[in-house]
Design a protein around this ligand. Sequence first.
Ligand code: GAR
Length: 189
Amino acid sequence: MKRIVLFASGSGSNVENIVRYFQDNPKVMVAGVLTNKSDAKVLDRCDHLNINGLFFNRHAFSKTDCVLDILKTMRPDLIVLAGFLWKIPKKFVAAFPNKIINIHPALLPKYGGKGMYGMHVHQAVKNNEETETGITIHYVNEHYDEGGAIFQAKTGVSQKDTPESIAAKVHDLEYKHFPKTIEKLLFES
Ligand code: GAR
């Protein structure tokens, strides 16, 4: 049985999509979902999906080993950041080498780094009149959006697109490719 732990900060539509993708697979279980926002919608989704959802604060995450210790007890084969907005401390990367992945809603190295998340990314893509954008799934290191790329997919952007319609196209790519990429990583090692 392969075990996944998910981190999310907001809505958690990717979390829900990943949980649903694996729910009938006896070889994969979502061991839990961790969030840094006590009122994040992802916690409601966890309730409905019957998945353990756990909230932690900044102090527990960065200044103590509390979250790291909990994570270790969950024995993850893969840690998946699905819309998680805090930088991962070095000690997590050291404890789980090549086992933490992130999804970014753009074609890295474009539109990455601090402050580049969610709608900020899509607004920047619109402002710069890009003709394409997409998703990047990558390994996590201690710098924002800089670990090795695992997978990218593209979608076209037209002048008629708004940041909201770009976000919808990017979410579609995420729903289509993120669970499959996770599955591949779990079973290719
Ligand atoms: C996703 O589009 C994800 O790529 C992005 O946040 C969104 C979360 O949506 N992540 C980042 O911007 C990380 N820098 P969701 O909560 O509905 O899954």
